[in-house]
Design a binder for this molecule. Structure first.
Ligand SMILES: Cc1cc2nc3c(=O)[nH]c(=O)nc-3n(C[C@H](O)[C@H](O)[C@H](O)COP(=O)(O)OP(=O)(O)OC[C@H]3O[C@@H](n4cnc5c(N)ncnc54)[C@H](O)[C@@H]3O)c2cc1C
Length: 358
């Protein structure tokens, strides 16, 4: 492929724009087709964390190395509270555990920051535009509507509460998932995130809200709804004919926690690299993510087998594991224990998550 080839990208989210920025900077003519009217409109002001625990290098450094600037609001969090609603465990990590960003089309959102970087690199973005995925060089369309496995419901509102990150692990508040309250500079995001059994979502969210309001004397006025759905698969397809699948469109997310932004950036970068260096995208992404994905399957299996109501033990276990961010990384290395459990975990997840649930 010559340096001036035209590249078509479907979807102007994290993975699509990361690919587009890198290709445009390498001299390609890049066109991005986005079905919504602007970047970020899949979300509505949700706060999301770019995780910083699965790799040795800091994710902000990794973004720089992938030619992505942090020209969006991005707040590091090293202090996190995890609770089962009866006992709180506070963790003070040796480096940021995650960086909180805003998703949506507001001025300082991650999505608008990426849009600015793409436009200044010369990428053409066509809004309200779609075409067939098999005509795209890169498919970056986010969740596959036929296979949704996680759902999140929440609100954003203004608050006087200081910056904080609190997670609840308790099935009554978030079925097989977690609930959370995040506050950055007076902006709060309170959500419940459930896996598979989405009919529990409203009830879980209401319980979560009641808990946080009571415990922290929260005043909630003028709240706006946020949330959405997510997609995972254990049978990832990285490429069909010329179309490379990136980010959530490839089912590339952490099966345990539903974090997919870091992998979206990275897979977008790898797709661009495969075009620039004329090498095989599937090989690049398999090499980088196969162990991570397998570990995620086992982690989710284990999480779902914690006895209901036994979250106290879970939190104690977490506190042993959570001394440092580096310790957490071993949970994504597909370690010996995970290999031992993998077959059983795969069969369980395959059966449970192979059907459409919405
Ligand atoms: C409520 C919620 C909370 C989350 N919290 C976190 C978190 O804290 N940390 C984390 O790491 N991850 C989180 N995630 C997951 C994270 O949002 C995704 O993993 C990430 O956005 C995936 O990036 P992407 O580039 O694959 O897709 P996106 O960034 O979603 O971009 C996909 C784009 O493609 C467009 N599109 C879709 N279909 C078409 C089409 N046919 N044609 C053209 N364009 C199309 C969409 O409009 C969108 O702009 C959360 C997800 C949800 C729903």
């Amino acid at each position: 492929m010559s340096q001036k080839s035209n590249i078509k990208v479907l979807g102007a989210g994290i993975s699509g724009l990361t690919a587009a920025i890198n290709l445009a900077k390498s001299g390609y003519n890049v066109e991005v087709f986005e079905k919504r009217a602007d970047c970020g409109q899949r979300f509505h002001g949700d706060m999301q964390g770019i995780e910083n625990w699965t790799k040795k290098n800091d994710v902000i450094q990794e973004l720089k190395e992938m030619n992505i600037e942090t020209n969006f609001d991005c707040t590091p969090f090293s202090n996190v509270t995890v609770t089962n609603t009866k006992i709180d465990e506070k963790f003070d990590f040796d480096r940021p555990l995650f960086y909180l960003v805003k998703r949506g089309d507001s001025q300082n959102s991650l999505d608008q920051g990426l849009k600015k970087q793409a436009l200044s690199a010369g990428v053409k973005i066509y809004f309200n535009s779609i075409f067939k995925p098999d005509e795209a060089d890169i498919v970056a369309t986010g969740p596959n509507p036929a296979r949704l496995t996680v759902a999140d419901k929440g609100i954003i509102f203004k608050t006087k509460m200081a910056n904080t990150a609190i997670a609840i692990v308790n099935d009554e508040f978030a079925h097989k998932g977690y609930s959370y309250l995040l506050v950055v500079d007076g902006y709060a995001c309170l959500c419940s995130c459930v896996f598979n059994e989405t009919e529990t979502l409203t009830d879980c969210f209401n319980k979560t809200k009641t808990y946080f309001v009571k415990k922290y004397n929260l005043e909630i006025t003028n709240a706006k709804s946020v949330g959405g759905v997510g997609y995972f698969t254990i049978n990832n397809v990285w490429q069909k004919e010329k179309s490379r699948y990136v980010g959530e469109a490839a089912g590339l997310q952490d099966f345990l926690a539903g974090f997919g932004m870091r992998t979206a950036f990275r897979s977008g970068y790898l797709a661009a690299k495969s075009i620039i260096d004329n090498c095989n995208y599937s090989d690049l992404v398999e090499k980088e993510y196969r162990k991570y994905l397998k570990a995620g399957i086992v982690n989710r299996y284990l999480w779902e087998h914690i006895k209901i109501g036994d979250h106290l033990r879970t939190i104690k276990g977490i506190s042993i594991l959570f001394h440092s961010v580096n310790n957490l990384r071993s949970a994504y290395n597909f370690n010996l224990g995970q290999r031992f459990k993998y077959r059983k975990a795969f069969d369980y997840i395959d059966k449970k998550y192979s059907t459409r649930i919405t």
